[in-house]
Design a protein around this ligand. Structure first.
Ligand code: ADP
Length: 212
């Protein structure tokens, strides 16, 4: 079963949609032979600070070892569970196209499809969410840590938006691509999840050959 790579700007609603997709798929695979997994920075206790280049000396930025180690943990967590009977939702920024390519190849190696769920949200809206979290954290110092509400440092947030590499559905590794935007209501969300299900597990599912 497949790998679903969630991607989008920081604080754009990725975890919210990933959880909705998890609930949707959990209901669809009931009494089937399939298993479902959700992997994210939060499930692996990866801090938002690993993406922060602003604290590193210029010569160390391209080799940001904190982020590389985080990617290695995520890769390991996906690899451990991904088989043709396991659906893995990878909730995260997944903002580097080379990284998405690597994940796509990993899925192909276990002969299971991969797809992208892109979360669309305006930069202003996403920024507002992060700013609210920064303010909340300042007000309840400590309380916002570890419960999924950890904000990004504003400079880190701006930098991640700048570095974000939009998925391109014309490439093998970014397709099929499904999109949900912030404003999408329950009916539209259900429609997108239905199409996603069809592509990865239903009649629309392609046979994956390792040399494709
Ligand atoms: P991310 O995983 O991208 O950092 P979250 O899923 O944690 O973002 O969402 C950030 C905040 O925005 C949360 O407080 C969440 O409740 C809210 N939110 C996310 N998506 C929506 C939406 N489509 N409509 C309204 N509020 C949303």
């Amino acid at each position: 079963m497949p790998l679903i790579i969630v991607t989008g700007l920081p604080t754009s609603g990725k975890s919210t949609r990933a959880q909705q997709l998890h609930d949707y798929l959990a209901a669809r695979i009931v009494d089937s032979k399939y298993r479902l997994h959700l992997v994210s920075d939060d499930t692996l206790s990866i801090s938002r600070t690993v993406y922060d280049l602003s604290k590193l000396p210029v010569h160390e930025r391209s080799a940001n070892s904190g982020e590389k180690n985080a990617r290695a943990s995520i890769y390991g967590a996906v690899k451990r569970v991904l088989t043709d009977k396991d659906i893995v939702i990878l909730d995260g920024l997944n903002y580097i196209k080379g990284w998405r390519y690597q994940l796509h190849c990993e899925a192909k190696a276990v002969r299971t499809p991969s797809c992208i769920l892109q979360i669309g949200c305006s930069v202003d809206r996403a920024k507002q969410v992060n700013e609210e979290r920064v303010q909340n954290k300042a007000q309840n110092e400590g309380d916002a840590q570890g419960n999924g509400l950890e904000p990004y440092e504003p400079e880190n947030w701006d930098n991640l938006v700048f570095r974000y590499e939009e998925p391109n559905p014309m490439t093998r590794w970014d397709s099929p691509l499904f999109t949900l935007i912030w404003e999408d209501d329950e009916a539209q969300t259900q429609k997108v999840f239905d199409s996603l299900w069809d592509a990865i597990a239903g009649d629309g599912r392609k046979v994956v050959k390792p040399n494709q």
